[in-house]
Design a protein around this ligand. Structure first.
Ligand SMILES: [Zn+2]
Length: 271
């Protein structure tokens, strides 16, 4: 059983500020520790469930040389292999080989979610809103669509209450979720103590892998239009659209069209 664990920092218990997720910031050391420990919990659960190959992919952009490179390597559970410092959504080898399931750990709600701790979609200047066809999505949707393109379901989502709600709305009630905190604002939360949150994540990862068909792979209907509303005007004005991408400068939006989601995504990302 080959399992992917795609992870992000903002949805981890104990993390509520940008300082904790930004490379080189004072809070970053604490954030990395909390992050790595939650990822380990999912690794333990997957290993207990019988996973023979567990690949952790760091999906958090902490800036600079910390881009997708925030895990504390020496702390990582020996049962996993991990991918660091590789551009988000571009490491696809296990999906091409056939992955049985993906677990999303530490995710956050899409931009403008009032109770979403550290809510955003990609980066504030790049993206205000993102749609796959008519569906408003965030980074959870991007990861799910990437996996779905290869027939791989997302079975577990951990993060705050808002991220879990967003993921369930997108992927259905078969999704297992673990809410480790409830946002009181963008920068505060009532939280489950990290050590208990990790136990919950481990148990959920273990349980959810008993039924690999609980969630259907997420595949936006063909033909696919990905719509990006730029985060600011300058970003839209600077952008040069490629083939099959339409730029609407007055609206500050671009539309990428293709028969399948991955082609549409690769036409624009990174922008
Ligand atoms: Zn992140």
């Amino acid at each position: 059983m080959r399992i992917l664990i795609m992870c992000d920092m903002e949805g981890v218990s104990g993390i509520v500020t940008w300082d904790q997720v930004g490379g080189g910031k004072a809070g970053y050391a604490e954030g990395r520790l909390l992050y790595t420990a939650e990822v380990n919990a999912a690794v333990r659960g997957a290993a207990r469930a019988g996973a023979t190959e567990i690949i952790v992919i760091d999906g958090h952009n902490a800036g600079g040389d910390w881009r997708y490179n925030s895990l504390l390597k020496d702390m990582l559970d020996p049962a996993c292999e991990y991918v660091a410092h590789h551009s988000w959504t571009h490491y696809r080898e296990p999906l091409e080989q056939g992955a049985d399931a993906c677990l999303l750990v530490g995710y956050h709600a899409r931009n403008h979610t009032p109770d979403g701790v550290l809510n955003h979609t990609i980066a504030p200047y790049q993206c205000s809103n993102l749609w796959f066809n008519d569906e408003l999505v965030g980074e959870i949707g991007v990861n799910a669509a990437l996996c779905g393109h290869y027939g791989c379901p997302v079975l577990l989502m951990t993060g705050d209450v808002a991220a879990c709600r967003e993921a369930t709305e997108l992927l259905g009630d078969g999704l297992t979720t673990v809410a480790v905190k409830r946002g009181l604002s963008k920068f505060s939360a009532r939280q489950i103590a990290p050590q208990r949150a990790r136990k919950m994540i481990e148990e959920a990862a273990y349980q959810t892998l008993a039924d690999l068909s609980a969630v259907a792979p997420y595949v936006p209907a063909s033909p696919v239009t990905i719509t990006v509303e730029f985060g600011n005007r300058d970003a839209a004005l600077r952008y040069t659209p490629g083939e099959n991408v339409e730029l609407d400068k007055p609206a500050g939006k671009m539309y990428s069209r293709a028969d399948d989601w991955l082609t549409a995504w690769d036409q624009i990302w990174p922008w």
